[in-house]
Design a protein. Structure first.
Length: 255
């Protein structure tokens, strides 16, 4: 296995380059197949290993260096049930961090421990405001490497910050979740929950679907889960009770 190819180098050095981002998304899809499927298992294709659950990477014969891309899990979105006289809302969950590094001086059969962060749960269906839980951290640890991509924080009434990374050549913080809203200016109560934050080089933000009139209420912000890998869940903001959106699990690519 060699060093990063030119497409991946562009991705690592220019986070704003949309073309490079699409290249990374194509890599994820080609490795994991149906990348929104939680049942995707560890695979190895053309010298590339992907991990959707914790495990061990063992360096093959002839390998002297390899690259690691790592995503933390997304935080769950807050649950906000509208309370009479209050316009408060909650935040979507934060996206997991992205970390990239190259591991050198590798010897055959050397083992590395891969930990994949679990998705944060959305705010529980209880009361009027419940925070989402934080996504789990992902890590890749062994000789010459100790890298971590932190999970996004759960959405609360006041924040939903993204996770941060350490131990990598490139470390990009996950996007923070967004605040929802309530608009009473044109009749009725128009609830719009906050979007979940995106993990860097992932499928984007978890948007909040917006329902039509129900029982005299103008619209309801219904949550969606985070976008794999590492996206934060969106907020549930509605007159009726229910849970916030769950975050998405972490992910790891080794090549």
């Amino acid at each position: 296995m060699g060093s990063l190819d030119s497409a991946t180098t562009n991705i690592a050095t220019n986070a704003a380059d949309n073309t490079a981002q699409e290249a990374t998304l194509a890599t994820i899809r080609s490795i994991s197949g149906d990348w929104d499927n939680d049942n995707v298992v560890i695979t190895t294709t053309k010298g590339v290993s992907s991990f959707t659950s914790s495990g061990t990477f063992t360096a093959p014969t002839g390998c002297t260096s390899f690259e690691v891309q790592l995503w933390g899990a997304g935080g769950g979105g807050a649950m906000r049930r509208q309370q009479s006289g209050s316009s408060a809302d909650g935040y979507g969950g934060g996206g997991g961090a992205y970390t990239l590094t190259t591991v050198n001086s590798v010897t055959a059969a050397e083992a590395y421990t891969v930990t994949i962060g679990s998705a944060g749960a959305g705010g529980a269906n209880s009361g009027y405001i419940q925070s989402g839980s934080a996504g789990g951290s992902s890590s890749f640890v062994g000789r010459n490497v100790n890298m971590t991509s932190g999970g996004g924080n759960g959405g609360t009434a006041s924040s939903g910050t993204g996770g941060s990374g350490s131990g990598g050549m490139i470390e990009i913080t996950g996007e923070s979740g967004f605040y929802g809203s309530r608009n009473d200016s044109d009749g009725g109560n128009d609830y719009r929950g906050g979007f979940g934050g995106a993990a860097p080089f992932s499928g984007g933000r978890s948007v909040n679907s917006h329902g039509g009139d129900q029982s005299g209420e103008k619209g309801h912000g219904m949550p969606n889960p985070g976008i794999f890998p590492g996206g934060g869940g969106s907020t549930r903001h509605t007159y009726y009770a229910g849970s916030g959106g769950d975050g998405a699990a972490g992910f790891c690519i080794v090549r």
